[in-house]
Design a protein around this ligand. Structure first.
Ligand SMILES: Nc1ncnc2c1ncn2[C@@H]1O[C@H](COP(=O)(O)OP(=O)(O)O)[C@@H](O)[C@H]1O
Ligand SMILES: [Mg+2]
Length: 318
């Protein structure tokens, strides 16, 4: 093993996943997620953006420096629920050789009020100590979601703290990356969307037909099955989210298990189980599109959501 390999090996061993524990209300270290990009079906464009912005700069900081690009920065993932924002961000952690801090804002907000800002600060401090590091702030829509006066005051303080932290990173952001995720970017405090903060939006759309087949394949991997034609199921599940497809597989598994308990033998999942399950479910992404299209049409000053309109048009979403 060369010195360089040895250093890389050592670094891999030192990697941590740091999460917020709801129980003891502090940061805890946990296992790095096993998922990698290979477990995420489709989303090639999004993966490419993440590779370009996070993974390659971490692996080749010198090359990026040659172009005057620093290794650091932020992306905001948005799109309908269940299409893989959280899943993808976790896979980033599995994919890269960097520490990964996963922040669920809901968990931080639900704690004793007034503590949220301090917790947020602690998290960013921790990130700076554990460079290279990716901070993932999930459920950004949790901020500013309530109309309640008290809540608003605390939200405001939390937003301000987040702004401070993001700007602080910008000043010395080397090797610290931030990924945010939200279903409703249009509700985000506009200050959060300014350059250097979450100005880079990345749309995470529902999977296309071939991607749906791939997701079904991933969710069925290792399970007993017979005579499946996943292409047909994919064609039958227009606009289904990854989560919807996962649910279809779960329902089909249940049918096979019912047969198993009746016959006393291992029964494979059949094509018809999937057909039946897919018929009984509806795409849960449609509601999101109707709201999103509204924002895209009437209040999209920066043309952030043109991509949503394009997608809707291409897929005949009314
Ligand atoms: N592209 C995908 N590939 C594989 N699984 C997916 C994909 N999109 C969604 N899923 C499945 O759906 C579940 C919910 O997705 P999630 O990432 O929580 O959605 P979001 O955060 O966008 O609401 C995931 O745990 C995963 O099992
Ligand atoms: Mg999510």
């Amino acid at each position: 093993m060369s010195d360089r390999d040895e250093i890389a090996e050592q670094r891999r061993k030192n990697l941590k996943l740091i999460q917020f524990s709801k129980d003891d209300q502090s940061l805890v270290e946990s296992e790095k997620p096993k998922e990698t990009f290979a477990d995420v079906g489709g989303l090639d464009e999004v993966k490419k953006k993440i590779r370009m912005n996070f993974i390659l700069p971490l692996q080749h900081p010198d090359m990026f420096a040659a172009y005057g690009k620093e290794a650091g920065g932020s992306l905001l993932l948005f799109g309908p629920p269940g299409c893989g924002k959280t899943f993808l961000a976790r896979a980033v952690a599995g994919e890269i050789e960097a520490n990964f801090l996963h922040i669920e804002l809901q968990a931080i907000l639900s704690m004793y009020s007034g503590q949220s800002e301090h917790n947020l600060h602690d998290i960013f401090e921790k990130a700076r100590e554990s460079k290279p590091c990716v901070i993932f702030i999930d459920e950004l829509d949790a901020m500013g979601g309530s109309r309640h006066q008290m809540r608003q005051h605390h939200d405001r303080m939390l937003v301000n703290q987040l702004l401070l932290e993001l700007d602080g990173l910008q000043a010395e952001n080397e090797q610290v990356f931030v990924i945010g995720a939200t279903n409703t970017p249009w509700y985000l405090d506009s200050a959060l969307r300014r350059p250097g903060r979450f100005n880079h939006l990345v749309f995470v759309p529902p999977p296309e037909e071939a991607e749906r087949a791939r997701i079904l394949e991933l969710k069925l991997a290792g399970k007993p099955a017979q005579g499946l034609n996943l292409g047909k199921i994919a064609a039958q599940t227009r606009l289904f989210s990854g989560a919807d497809l996962e649910q279809v597989v779960k329902d089909a598994v249940e049918s096979a298990m019912e047969r198993m308990f009746a016959s006393g033998e291992l029964e494979p999942i059949l094509h018809d189980d999937l057909v039946k399950a897919a018929k009984l479910r509806k795409a849960t992404t449609l509601e999101w599109f109707s709201t999103a299209k509204n924002y895209a049409t009437f209040s999209d000053v920066n043309q952030d959501y043109q991509i949503v309109l394009d997608y809707a048009k291409k897929h005949g979403i009314k």
